[in-house]
Design a protein around this ligand. Structure first.
Ligand SMILES: Cc1ncc(C[n+]2csc(CCOP(=O)(O)OP(=O)(O)O)c2C)c(N)n1
Ligand SMILES: [Mg+2]
Length: 343
């Protein structure tokens, strides 16, 4: 099998992990094993998986409340994410964050965020720190990638962050997930300018839009953008045009859009689209009628199902943090500045 096909299958594996993980989350939510808010990424997987291809381990990521896919694609284990969904202390945020606050310092995944646009100023701060350190040590700048939705573009923070990042030439990749809705508000009802790239361009941030239902296109656009950022040219705004197939959250009756619109977008589901590409390419490579591709896909489905079943077993077996520990981390320990140790 060629390296190219191998890579395509890996992208498919990653999108399937996110899709099947979240389908299980929806089931577990109705069983009340997962509580609180739950925002599914189903339909948008090509964005998180595609953008993540362009990032290196030393790069940083800031995310939103719709971040399960980002976390999984970044390499946080399915078990640790599922345990967090269950509120167990084995979760990546010790069970204190839940669905909207996945966090993992090891992979530089600096958090989901319940505040619309709230990740943007954090990302500016991270990128500024990175640039200052790079200047001091002479190393190359790392990329800080900030995911946010079209709704965040209507927030004041977005405009402040565009301005500062361009002014200070910060190494920031803005990954805008334009799924056309902010809860029940359609893009053209809340934005006077619906071409979001123009808003970034107004602040002198170079910008491009990409088909967010095509993982290969997203990967290519993200690689180009990330390399430009890494070279020290300053920020880049990548608008990924996508669609969520499910409701905004588990509490949304979806009265603001036609079922026919959703069905139309489902025809562009990024997972079957990639399977079709893999089959075509596999046939071109001489794999006869594509049956090899079918068995590859079936094997991936089995592998992913096993991983997620194991993640659920891990989360079920996890433990809740003792009530007596609940005040831990509310205040920091007093540190003796001379000794660098807790007093
Ligand atoms: C500052 C702020 N205002 C309002 C809300 C309520 N709220 C939660 S999600 C959401 C919509 C955001 O839409 P978008 O940024 O497009 O992300 P999507 O849900 O489409 O992924 C709103 C208004 C919030 N969480 N934070
Ligand atoms: Mg949106």
């Amino acid at each position: 099998m060629s390296d190219l096909l191998d890579h395509r299958l890996d992208l498919l594996r990653q999108m399937l992990r996110v899709r099947r993980f979240e389908e299980k989350c929806a089931e577990l939510y109705t069983q009340q094993k997962i509580r609180g808010f739950l925002h599914l990424y189903i339909g948008e997987e090509a964005v998180g998986v595609g953008v993540m291809q362009a990032l290196r381990p030393e790069d940083a990521i800031v995310s939103t409340y719709r971040e399960h896919g980002h976390a999984l694609a970044r390499g946080i284990s399915a078990g640790s994410v599922m345990a967090e969904m269950f509120g167990k202390q084995q979760g990546c945020s010790r069970g204190r964050g839940g669905s909207m606050h996945l966090f993992d310092a090891k992979t530089k995944f600096y958090g989901g965020n319940a505040i619309v646009g709230g990740g943007l100023p954090l990302a500016v701060g991270l990128a500024l720190a990175d640039k200052l350190q790079a200047n001091q040590t002479g190393r190359q700048q790392h990329v800080t990638c900030c995911f946010f939705g079209d709704g965040a573009v209507a927030e004041g923070e977005f405009h402040e962050c565009m301005n500062l990042s361009a002014l200070w030439k910060l190494p920031l990749l803005f990954a805008c997930e334009n799924n056309r809705y902010a809860m029940g508000t359609r893009l053209d009802v809340s934005h006077s300018q619906t071409d979001l790239t123009k808003k970034a361009a107004a602040y002198c941030v170079p910008a491009a839009a990409v088909d967010g239902m095509d993982v290969l296109a997203v990967e290519e656009a993200a690689r180009t953008a990330a390399e430009q950022v890494r070279s020290g040219a300053g920020p880049f705004f990548l608008e990924c045009r996508t669609y969520r197939f499910r409701a905004h959250s588990m509490y949304d009756p979806e009265l603001y859009r036609d079922k026919a619109e959703v069905e139309e977008w489902k025809k562009r589901d990024p997972i079957p689209a990639l399977i079709r590409t893999i089959k075509q390419e596999s046939e071109q490579e001489g794999e006869q009628d594509g049956t090899k591709a079918d068995s590859d896909v079936a094997a991936l489905e089995r592998e992913v199902a096993k991983e997620i079943d194991e993640a659920i077993v891990y989360a079920e077996a996890g433990t809740l943090e003792p009530v007596g520990d609940l005040l831990r981390f509310v205040y920091s320990d007093l540190v003796d500045l001379d000794q660098g140790r807790p007093k």
